[in-house]
Design a protein around this ligand. Structure first.
Ligand SMILES: Nc1nc2c(ncn2[C@@H]2O[C@H](COP(=O)(O)OP(=O)(O)OP(=O)(O)O)[C@@H](O)[C@H]2O)c(=O)[nH]1
Ligand SMILES: [Mg+2]
Length: 419
């Protein structure tokens, strides 16, 4: 790990120095304003940024470079070097093999060090018997899984079909039971003619369970609407801000500003700065609550301020309390907890619980294009009591985002029962 301090007249200049020396994978450990100018002639305060680079995580191993006659190159992404690492590992294994074979007593081969093979079958009939048992086991398993269990049998055809569809959409079992019980109490007959009616009832219940916050409206009250995005790493916070900021600027002709408290990685700073430059939006990168307050004040005359935050693991208590402090300084009008629908259900539950301290008041769900199971949208609303704000359906900026609507989302979770 290489750690170094960089001093410059502005944070931006210091970051450029970090990037030039440590590359885009450097992480920012700290930044602070220094009292007094760096050079007395300039008369302004200066800044110090402490950055680090974990070279072992990114650089190609020196020995491997030497072995392969490749000159050592500057740090690059892990992915760029991964295949080489595999090749290197194979080469080392081959080398070990040669070395070991040299010291082995003659007549013994490297294979003698392999784990012993399982004992051979002495009885030929035994393996035939075993195959028969496997075939029977397979047949029984598929028979059992194709049969509805006893409780499902009592449900009747329509309710069974509804249950199956909700299960396939990954609606929680408890919610499914609730829906099935409610429909069952209302309908005594279970003939085929009423199945589509039961599906409609289920759709209505799902639709009611998916609450939505509605489209963000800029408040023309002499102050900017502050919209913050928080959430775990890589869920699409910055991309969603880029989409929404573009939409409100281009389609609604509003004055938009960006503030990024995502200052942990150089690459993250560059990502938002690049977007801001392309979309001609002002952006401030802030390093602490004081700077956040200053930036929000500076942009208070705008219609909307989008605030990007660094992705945080809900399991890191220190990061969560940093975020809580930052959110207290922002006083956002809207706090969107950004979640990917592809995250495991149990993790989604933990994230929504642990992020409660950061006071989110709506959920923005991303990556709907990466699944066919939309039940988690319903589960999220029911389990948190929070409405959905937007849904993101791809990587394209600004197109792949839409305001969440209960009706359309309910139909993604359960159809009309015609299939
Ligand atoms: N398929 C798909 N990809 C998405 C969607 N939204 C974002 N992405 C991609 O997800 C990746 C991460 O997006 P970011 O916006 O950088 O995520 P982030 O939450 O800001 O990440 P950190 O700041 O590192 O925590 C990028 O490759 C995006 O293009 C989406 O709705 N669908
Ligand atoms: Mg980001």
């Amino acid at each position: 790990m290489k750690i170094k301090k960089f001093k410059a007249q502005t944070v931006k200049e210091a970051l450029l120095l970090v990037k030039a020396e440590l590359g885009p994978n450097a992480v920012i450990l700290n930044s602070r304003r220094l009292k007094g100018p760096l050079l007395p002639a300039f008369g302004k305060d200066s800044y110090e940024v402490t950055a680090a680079l974990d070279e072992s995580a990114y650089a190609m191993p020196e020995q491997a470079c030497a072995d392969e006659g490749v000159a050592t190159r500057p740090a690059k992404s892990v992915q760029a070097y991964a295949p080489r690492k595999v090749e290197t590992a194979v080469a080392i294994a081959e080398l070990d093999r040669e070395k070991k074979e040299k010291v082995l007593p003659s007549g013994l081969s490297f294979e003698h060090f392999a784990p012993p093979a399982p004992p051979a079958n002495t009885d030929g009939n035994f393996s035939v018997l075993r195959q028969d048992i496997d075939t029977m086991r397979g047949a029984l398993t598929s028979l059992v899984t194709s049969l509805p269990d006893a409780a499902d049998q009592r449900l009747g055809k329509g309710l069974r079909a509804i249950k199956k569809e909700l299960e396939e959409s990954e609606v929680h079992a408890a919610h499914i039971d609730e829906i099935i019980t409610a429909i069952r109490q209302r309908s005594s007959d279970e003939d085929t003619g009423s199945i589509s009616r039961m599906f409609r009832e289920a759709q209505v219940m799902i639709e009611k369970g998916i609450t939505v916050s509605g489209y963000s409206a800029a408040q023309k009250k002499g102050r900017a609407l502050k919209i913050a995005m928080i959430g775990p790493t890589g869920v699409g916070k910055t991309t969603s801000i880029a989409k929404l900021a573009s939409h409100f600027k281009l389609k609604e002709k509003l004055n938009i500003a960006l503030v990024a408290a995502d200052n942990y990685r150089i690459a993250a700073i560059e990502q938002i700065q690049t977007f801001a430059a392309i979309a001609s939006l002002p952006v401030d990168i802030v390093f602490n609550e004081e700077e956040m307050e200053r930036a929000l004040k500076k942009f208070s005359g705008f219609d909307m301020i989008f605030i990007d935050t660094a992705g945080r693991s809900q399991r890191n208590a220190e990061h969560m309390s940093d975020l809580k402090r930052m959110m207290a300084a922002i006083h956002a009008d809207e706090v969107h907890l950004v979640l990917s629908i592809t995250t495991k259900q149990s993790d989604l539950r933990e994230i929504t619980r642990r992020y409660a301290d950061a006071s989110y008041d709506r959920i923005l769900c991303t990556k709907l294009d990466e699944t066919e199971r939309f039940g988690p949208l319903y589960n999220l609303c029911r389990d948190t009591g929070m409405p959905l704000s937007y849904i993101s359906t791809g990587q394209n900026v600004p197109d792949d985002i839409a305001a969440a609507t209960s009706h359309a989302l309910a139909r993604l979770i359960i159809g009309g029962g015609d299939a």
